[in-house]
Design a protein around this ligand. Structure first.
Ligand code: ADP
Length: 454
């Protein structure tokens, strides 16, 4: 059919830049490694995009920890309060958690309200689980870029992922949390450690698998932590604990590309979405990869395809025209249809989007666009992981993974692994494993380790 042939040609033109070659991936793997190293260097850190923050987490839990520990986990769409019970020698964790959605209002209001909200949830949780009446040690997972000064001191450098609370940037978030906790006399809480979700993911995974040295999050945002040799960390502040050979580095790799190193692969859609975001020019790698952005990016392409007349007969679609109108979960649902000519899930998505007239050809175009966006994301994430595996340079390494995008996208894991495999030496064996709810468990584990060291 000549009309469809022409439409396919146009579709190929607008999506051609999404297909990354091995040469692109090798280039990106190398640039990421350079950037992580620049972040670690004293002379280069100030101008580095990837800040490679020191976490002051030296100890991977030994398995001998025991007792009940609390964790708070703030990092995106949801906030959680967690109680973890550790039993020495078992390497298994009993966990109770309560999840609360963080409203837009809370994300954009005064910082004090956000911290009081978290403390309020903690009080309620402790009441529900009958925990009052004794002292608890707590780990705080705070998944935004912070400059850490000690295990329990970290200043927020800047908000990401849609948060913009006033009065928090530049402040030590542990002090803000303690201030809020101190307003509630019924609480007896010692805040032991602050970490981000990737470090939590790493610790939780390492608790079960000691060869784990990397933690990756692919959720609202993306980030990575890994175990680094202390000799490579020039920016370590304060005395170096005796006998500690390594420390966990929180790369904040979402900022990779902020000064143009990814521009060779960015498309007009990436640029358009970026200009309309809360943080233009920032978190460039994250915007190519993570859950907050992939659906939106897809939406930009779909809208352009409609304008070009190659989709839905050129008919504008109301719901698709609205920012946020194509959530990332649609990509997972559409790609979960077993073949490109199975239309079960995609028809459901069309129904939800109020698109009543869609031909089979339209549905194939939509699916193809989703695949372009999500495959590029998987390959880019895979290249990032390869940089860290090459950096860690062990014969066997486990990568702990978490985040809804990783968990729910039907092909992301496989595509990511195939990209990583092509970029690391054959003599390195690696595995990527889901470390579910690692961020909260990891914070509780960090609190347990810190309490023992006191
Ligand atoms: P967070 O990173 O905020 O702690 P999650 O790991 O749950 O929490 O990630 C939330 C992000 O995951 C959202 O941006 C959302 O778009 C995306 N997401 C949720 N469900 C799915 C899904 N089924 N497939 C792909 N992405 C999803």
């Amino acid at each position: 059919n000549p009309k469809e042939a022409k439409q396919i040609r146009i579709l190929e033109q607008i999506t051609s830049k999404f297909h990354l070659t091995d040469a692109h991936l090798m280039h990106i793997e190398k640039r990421m490694l350079d950037e992580v190293n620049r972040g670690l260097g004293k002379a280069t850190n100030r101008t580095a995009n990837v800040k490679s923050f020191v976490t002051y987490v030296h100890e991977i839990p030994s398995g001998r920890e025991s007792g009940q520990y609390l964790a708070l986990d703030l990092g995106g769409t949801n906030f959680r309060v967690i109680l973890v019970e550790l039993e020495a020698g078992s390497r298994s964790v009993k966990m109770k958690a309560c999840k609360h959605e963080v409203s837009q209002k809370l994300m954009l209001g005064p910082g004090e309200d956000l911290f009081d909200f978290m403390t309020g949830c903690l009080v309620e949780f402790m009441k529900d689980h009958d925990l009052h009446g004794r002292k608890y040690h707590l780990g705080f997972t705070f998944s935004f870029p912070t400059r850490q000064r000690q295990l329990d001191r970290a200043e927020l450098t800047h908000w990401t992922k849609g948060y913009k609370n006033a009065g928090v940037e530049g402040q030590d978030v542990v002090t803000l949390l303690k201030r809020s906790i101190n307003k509630r006399p019924e609480l007896d809480i010692q805040v032991e450690a602050i970490l981000n979700d990737t470090t939590g993911c790493l610790l939780a995974c390492a608790y079960k698998r000691p060869e784990c040295a990397i933690g990756i999050i692919l959720g609202t945002g993306t980030n990575a932590s890994y175990v680094e040799d202390m000799n490579h960390v020039e920016l370590y502040e304060g005395p170096r604990p005796r006998g500690c050979k390594s420390v966990v580095i929180n790369t904040e790799w979402g900022a990779f590309g902020n000064t143009g190193s990814l521009d060779i692969i960015r498309t007009r859609y990436d640029h358009d979405m970026d200009s309309n975001s809360l943080n233009p020019g920032k978190q460039v790698y994250e915007k190519l990869i993570s859950g907050m952005y992939l659906g939106e990016l897809t939406r930009y392409i779909l809208v352009h395809a409609i304008e070009l007349g190659i989709l839905f007969d050129g008919e504008a679609q109301t719901l698709l025209s609205v920012p946020g109108g194509f959530p990332t979960k649609y990509i997972s649902e559409i790609e979960a249809d077993p073949t490109r000519s199975t239309f079960t899930n995609i028809k459901q998505v069309m129904l939800e989007l109020d698109i009543s007239v869609a031909t089979d050809f339209d549905l194939q175009v939509v699916r193809y666009i989703c695949e372009c966006v999500s495959t590029r994301a998987a390959y880019l994430a895979g290249a990032g992981v390869a940089s860290l595996i090459n950096k860690v340079a062990r014969r066997r390494v486990t990568v702990g993974m978490d985040g809804s995008l990783y968990k729910f996208h039907p092909h992301l894991d496989r595509r990511m692994r195939s990209a990583t495999r092509r970029l690391v030496s054959d003599c390195i064996q690696f595995e990527m494993v889901l470390s579910e709810d690692g961020s909260g468990r990891g914070a509780a584990l960090a609190a347990a380790v810190a309490e023992k060291q006191r």
